[in-house]
Design a protein. Structure first.
Lengths: 114, 112
């Protein structure tokens, strides 16, 4: 079935690194995404990785992709209190044509302690 | 640059009342448009998507309907709200290729 799995909670101390993990199901997914949702707000696209890449780095964010294990991770270096939010992993399921449906995980709530 | 708006931000409605939520996109043309619902427990469920004016695809059977009267306007409606319709409704857009989706600020709906 179509299921993207994430752990529900992660707690870290300010200044530490955070690693949020995700497993996905469709080996043919072309793009994998990380979105951030702050309380009461919409989803903000953080970063994405194309399926032919193993790693993507963008400032404090590092995305690692293990296609063999269908495992995606998001590492946030030097985590700040402003990083506290829910982080969603998503994969795109392509059914052909111009439409690709995003399948989301349930989100990981990151709490950053000062 | 492209922006996406949703209106209203918050809505409290009685059971059995009608609903109309609006989503508009600026700065692009012929986008794909999407409606998601985020219920308690945080999961996101795709409700509808549209690849063009008047073209609506429904992902799940439900009490809601969607319409796209203009290229950059997407409306979510109901004739009679149910308690189970409460949730956070998110609109998103993507370019016609359908990959990366960009989300609006959301509408919080509480049905009492």
């Amino acid at each position: 079935g179509e299921d993207v799995e994430q752990s529900l909670f992660l707690s870290v101390r300010e200044g530490d690194s955070s690693v949020i993990n995700c497993t996905y199901t469709d080996s043919s997914s072309t793009y994998l995404y990380w979105y951030k949702q702050e309380p009461g707000a919409g989803l903000q696209l953080l970063t994405y990785i194309f399926s032919n890449m193993d790693m993507k780095q963008d400032q404090r964010l590092t995305v690692l992709l293990n296609k063999k294990d269908k495992h995606l991770s998001l590492r946030i270096a030097d985590t700040q209190t402003g990083d506290s939010a829910i982080y969603f992993c998503a994969e795109i399921m392509n059914y052909g044509g111009s439409q690709g449906n995003l399948i989301f995980g349930k989100g990981t709530k990151l709490s950053v302690k000062p | 640059s492209q922006t996406i708006h949703q209106w209203p931000a918050t809505l409290v409605q009685p059971v059995g009342s009608p609903l109309s939520l609006e989503c508009t996109v600026e700065g692009t043309s012929n986008p794909n448009l999407y409606w998601y619902r985020q219920a308690a427990g945080r999961g996101l469920q795709l409700l509808f998507y549209s690849v063009g004016i008047g073209q609506i695809s429904s992902e799940v059977p439900q009490n809601l309907s969607a319409s796209r009267p203009q290229d950059r306007q997407f409306i979510l409606s109901s004739k009679k709200l149910l308690l189970s319709d409460s949730g956070f409704y998110l609109c998103a857009w993507s370019y016609g290729g359908g990959e990366t989706q960009y989300f609006g600020p959301g509408t919080r709906l509480l049905v009492l």
